[in-house]
Design a protein around this ligand. Structure first.
Ligand code: GDP
Length: 198
């Protein structure tokens, strides 16, 4: 049965490993660089304006936010990366937290959702995050957000550049998306629902 994304609620924020959720529900881990629109994608998916916090001080919060969807799965909002004005201590805190989550012995991640900017070649940091997902062995969906900012003729070449740069394989799915316009919402919701059945 399809996940009802409208039934979404904030569960907790984890700043360290002891606060990670460890029940049997699938965890969909959302990652992306600051300002790529990760909060907006989560808000669009759940049809809620403010479930995930949009904007303000990117990179300021080094925590993992958990949202329960339909009582059946977690959207795991990983802290954004690549924000230039972050202190060294904060970058280190970010690294420790992410490493703890990705390398947890329990294997916490069911599926990775990497959000990139449809307009640009994926950054070195995007590549690192993609490699981390790959190393977990979980399937990954790459969401090319802000596709509304491209002309129609630019979309295919932009997607090809993302595929090529991240060396996406048959196992990886690339979803053109616009959190602003709602493009790709049904496709992403369908893919996550399907992952929930497996
Ligand atoms: P986060 O830091 O990754 O959580 O990014 P936010 O969700 O806060 O979004 C960053 C900025 O990008 C905000 O000004 C959003 O309104 C804007 N934004 C997010 N998604 C889209 C989109 O699909 N299209 C456009 N045009 N703008 C977007």
């Amino acid at each position: 049965m399809a996940l009802n994304f409208a039934k979404a609620e904030f569960v907790r924020a984890a700043a360290s490993q002891k606060d990670f959720l460890r029940d049997t529900m699938p965890q969909f881990a959302f990652a992306g660089r600051s300002n790529v629109g990760k909060s907006s994608v989560i808000n669009r998916l759940t049809g809620r304006k403010n479930l995930a916090y949009v904007g303000a001080s990117p990179g300021k919060t080094t925590q993992i936010n958990y949202f329960r969807v339909d009582g059946r799965a977690y959207l795991v909002d990983l802290p954004g990366y690549g924000y230039a004005k972050v202190s060294r201590e904060e970058k280190e805190r970010w690294g420790r937290l992410m490493e703890a989550y990705f390398q947890d012995e329990a294997g916490l991640i069911t599926l990775g959702v990497l959000i990139v900017d449809a307009r640009h070649k994926p950054t070195a940091n995007d590549q690192v995050m993609h490699d981390w997902f790959r190393q977990t062995g979980c399937p990954e969906i790459v969401v090319a957000n802000k596709v509304d900012k491209l002309k129609k003729s630019q979309v295919e070449p932009a997607l090809a550049l993302i595929r090529e740069t991240l060396e996406l394989t048959e196992r990886d799915t690339l979803v053109p998306f616009s959190a602003e316009k709602g493009i790709g919402k049904e496709e992403l919701a369908g893919l996550l629902s399907a992952a929930c059945e497996n």
